[in-house]
Design a binder for this molecule. Structure first.
Ligand code: FAD
Length: 623
């Protein structure tokens, strides 16, 4: 067999599915090769999407025309808006999903795309000619040619699974490993490293005593991740909260001598912000208990995920400890927790387009770039899919800036600074948080999706309709005045100072205690009698309110972003000889040579490159 494609995507995880979907939708002939077609976009760890900063990423992927938001909505079991008590810049949607449904919904979307072929196989070699990748070879001896390849093999590259002293090869538990690719890439000078992650046991819900546990319900005000009119669940499933205790910790400690984390078997670095339970009891020795969440895995199953109890301790220790947890006294386990070590490729070896600096037309996306998380993987996937397509069309890559999207922050951090532990997104990584809100991802990115040709007709219509309502509403706020007679009763009720004369609606809205919905109800004007599209009115009202109340901060961040953007607009000549610039510090020169930043802005963000190094570069470039 010897077939040719425009783009081959290796791996059908979150990164691979988004990459294939984006490239296929743009018009490329795509082959998605994956080890097991029944596990497309499998949630390897907890069955949840979103959360702090990650929720914003899912909305951005959706705004750009990706599918993660749609799939999250259609497989949702429970919704919560995290950080509601804090400022809107950090409100983050999070959903529990039905794990099986999530995969099925992805498969439907991939199969609905006529430009994507699927081949179930294990790629074990790349075909590279004169510095460019031109195809792949598989374990069944199939050969496929392509003009660009996107590598998204996740945790499968030489994956080694640990449970106590037992270890075995595998990409996830009971799944095969990917071999050959790392070894070949190393021959071409691509550096690889090892990272580690872990997952908790899955429990049999029939054996959990939910009656003694604290119930955590979903929000009544359920929201969509997608900006499209996706279907949402009519009811939601609850999560339950329980805690470890001193006895549990003592039992777990008995297993430390057999723990691959503590006896030196695991060499890879793990995710600091997603520690195993053994890490938590060592790091926080003074803590007598740790919170655990029991999260449902699906509508049709009894399986529960025990969030917070990730472990690679021996199976009998995991089981014994768990039975001392309130509500789990008679628990039965479906699958034990485990840790996995896998290969990754330091992402400073990539251009911001995610194309390799070493092998032409080879793109890397997802966990292989040293990230952790479905959302981070999916974000890189859609960008790699778009950029591989653009390269085939001889067009400039799409590079999102740090002030445009968390996705821009993510990729800029990866390719500029690299990773020394699994990278996950936090709001604190973004300098322009008030610009990068979950409510305005479509305002930031959907025009780009339309320009690319990625947005569907439905998305274009929905976006345009919403934008026009937003515009009208803003006009009304800025043009319409409200009189003391109309406003004062309401303002008194809100403990807000009364009006002495007519003022513009926008000026009243700036007061923190005033809600836009109430304000519109006070003004008897024909103008606001336009049809507010019910499907997005609530979100739109919130968004406009945020923009009004935080207008000062938004303007300030925009100014800062513009300043930085100017530095990002100054390209560094690829042929520049940094050794000839004697005034640059030794460390600065070393980092410039190592990371080869494409712009002055990028150089300025590399740790070790000082402001005076940047000045030397600017002088050299005649600025
Ligand atoms: C045990 C475990 C625990 C985790 N814990 C967490 C956590 O706590 N928090 C968190 O945020 N994330 C966690 N993750 C990470 C999360 O699952 C990943 O970040 C995310 O799935 C990465 O997506 P991806 O698309 O890059 O790779 P994956 O989801 O791993 O998908 C890779 C895909 O590539 C396919 N593939 C692999 N090799 C080949 C090949 N040679 N040929 C063809 N197909 C191939 C596989 O079959 C798979 O479909 C965990 C992962 C694992 C395995």
């Amino acid at each position: 067999m010897n077939l040719s494609y425009d783009i081959i995507v290796i791996g059908g995880g979150h990164a691979g599915c988004e990459a294939a979907h984006a490239a296929g939708t743009l018009g490329a002939k795509v082959l998605l090769i994956t080890i097991d077609m029944t596990k497309l976009a499998q949630m390897s760890c907890n069955p949840a999407m979103g959360g702090i900063a990650k929720g914003q990423i899912v909305r951005e992927i959706d705004a750009l025309g990706g599918c993660s938001g749609i799939v999250t909505d259609t497989s949702m079991l429970q919704f919560r808006m995290l950080n509601r008590s804090k400022g809107p810049a950090v409100w983050s949607p999070r959903a529990q999903c039905d794990r099986t449904l999530f995969t099925l919904e992805w498969r439907k979307l991939i199969e609905a795309n006529k430009n994507i072929d699927i081949w179930q196989d294990n790629v074990n070699g790349l075909i590279i000619k004169e510095g460019s990748v031109i195809g792949v070879k598989t374990r069944t001896n199939a050969v496929f040619k392509a003009r660009a390849i996107i590598l998204t093999v996740g945790t499968f590259g030489n994956g080694l699974i640990h449970i106590g002293r037992m270890n075995m090869e595998g990409g996830r538990i009971s799944e095969t490993v990917s071999k050959g690719l790392t070894e070949q890439l190393k021959e071409y000078g691509i550096v690889s490293g090892r990272l580690k992650t872990g997952t908790p046991a899955r429990l049999d819900g029939r054996s959990i005593n939910f009656g003694v546990l604290e119930e955590q319900k979903g929000d009544e005000d359920i929201r969509r991740f997608s900006y499209l009119k996706t279907s949402l669940p009519e009811k939601q499933l609850s999560c339950y909260i329980t805690y470890t205790n001193v006895t549990v910790h003592e039992i777990l400690k008995k297993g430390f001598q057999d723990s691959p984390l503590y006896n030196g078997t695991i060499k890879g670095t793990g995710p600091r912000y997603c520690p195993s339970i053994e890490d938590k009891i060592v790091t926080f020795q003074e803590r007598e208990r740790h919170q655990l969440f029991l999260e449902p895995e699906g509508w049709e199953t009894n399986e529960y995920y025990i969030n917070g109890f990730s472990s690679s301790l021996p199976m009998d220790i995991q089981y014994e400890a768990m039975q001392k947890i309130k509500g789990l006294e008679n628990v039965k386990i479906f699958r034990p927790g485990y840790a996995i070590e896998y290969d990754f490729f330091p992402p400073t070896q990539l251009y911001p387009s995610l194309e390799s600096k070493i092998i032409d037309s080879l793109y890397f996306a997802g966990q292989v770039n040293g990230t952790t998380g479905y959302e981070e993987a999916a974000a890189q996937g859609i960008m790699a899919g778009i950029n591989a397509y653009l390269k085939l069309e001889h067009k400039e890559p799409l590079i999102l800036q740090r002030e445009e999207a968390y996705m821009g922050v993510l990729i800029d951090d990866l390719v500029t600074k690299g990773v020394d532990e699994p990278y996950r997104m936090f709001t604190s990584r973004a300098e322009y948080r008030i610009l990068l809100r979950q409510d305005n991802a479509d305002e930031r990115l959907t025009e780009k999706s339309i320009d690319l040709g990625l947005a569907t007709k439905e998305r274009i219509t929905t976006f345009r309709e919403k934008s026009s309502i937003r515009k009208k509403l803003n006009e009304i706020l800025n043009k319409t005045s409200i009189s003391p007679d109309q406003a004062n009763k309401y303002l008194k009720g809100k403990d807000s100072s009364i009006l002495k004369q007519k003022v513009k609606l926008i000026d009243v809205l700036l007061r923190p205690e005033v809600a836009l919905k109430d304000l519109l109800g006070l003004v008897d004007t024909e103008q606001i009698n336009f049809q507010m599209h019910e499907f997005f009115s609530q979100e739109l009202i919130e968004s406009i309110e945020i923009e009004a109340k935080y207008g000062g901060y938004i303007t300030r961040e925009k100014l800062l972003a513009d300043k930085m953007g100017r530095l990002d607009g100054i390209r560094i000549d690829k042929g520049i000889d940094f050794d000839s610039l004697l005034s640059i510090s030794t460390e600065g020169r070393f980092k410039l040579k190592k990371y080869k930043p494409g712009t002055i802005g990028q150089a300025a963000r590399i740790s070790g490159i000082s402001p005076s190094d940047i000045n030397v570069l600017l002088l050299y470039m005649g600025r």
